[in-house]
Design a protein around this ligand. Sequence first.
Ligand SMILES: NC(=O)c1ccc[n+]([C@@H]2O[C@H](COP(=O)([O-])OP(=O)(O)OC[C@H]3O[C@@H](n4cnc5c(N)ncnc54)[C@H](OP(=O)(O)O)[C@@H]3O)[C@@H](O)[C@H]2O)c1
Length: 254
Amino acid sequence: MAGELDGTVALVTGASSGIGQASARILASRGASVSLVARRVDRLDALAREIDGDGGRALAIQADVTDQEQAIGAVQRTVGELERLDIVVNNAGVMLLGPLLDAPTQEWDRMIALNLGGLLYVAHASLPHLLAAAEQEPRRVADLVNISSVAGRVARLGSGVYNLTKHGVGAFSESARQEFARGHVRVSVVEPGAVDTELPTHLRESVREQMMKRFEGIEILHPEDIADAIAYIVTRPRRVAINELLVRPTEQTG
Ligand SMILES: NC(=O)c1ccc[n+]([C@@H]2O[C@H](COP(=O)([O-])OP(=O)(O)OC[C@H]3O[C@@H](n4cnc5c(N)ncnc54)[C@H](OP(=O)(O)O)[C@@H]3O)[C@@H](O)[C@H]2O)c1
């Protein structure tokens, strides 16, 4: 059966775990060749083997996207080896929560460097290729999907700098959407609620305990639920742009 994304190439950052890994799998299953970008290359190699084994095509690229040269290199290698770039899922991110007072400011630096800097470097390097793909068959449209968060819509006590970065992703995405609309590059922002991934494992112990309490007894999302939303966005007809998707667990109130 022909896949909806046959003949396209997708690059996914943060493909070594969580939402990125699930997104790469679903895009490959719809026919896209996928470029898998993250730092843990053993994980990327395993995922690439799995996708290849399932009849897809995947390329594992080790890169730290907070380094602009590595971000550019990942995009260039994708286009060099897979020959085009139709879809970018700008997903790599880190969430380091806690009170502002006495916060280790290296945590702020890490969030700003990755959630904003990395996302911008990948977007900047990708856009010329996305514009080119948007003029070509099979789709004559291209997609830049930026992963924000509920934290990009609602600011919460103890989440200030993460909120800052994710609100920034929303603002950047809307401005970019306007700039590239006529070029048929759709810029979308996805705002997940709580998803069962490695994200909270980077939190300091005391902060993690508090966060776990917040979601105690709630059935949180699976990475595949967000991957499904991303697949929905990138498989719409050329005339349809899903600008923003907010996806919470049913029981999540805030
Ligand atoms: N889980 C949630 O509840 C939730 C909710 C809202 C939004 N989000 C957002 O969803 C996105 C994905 O997070 P996740 O939940 O799937 O968490 P995750 O499992 O921790 O995945 C994060 C990914 O980012 C990659 N990464 C980290 N630093 C990187 C760097 N410098 N360069 C390249 N890749 C890097 C990691 O791979 P390596 O360590 O191998 O580099 C990993 O693959 C993030 O933007 C997050 O803010 C998550």
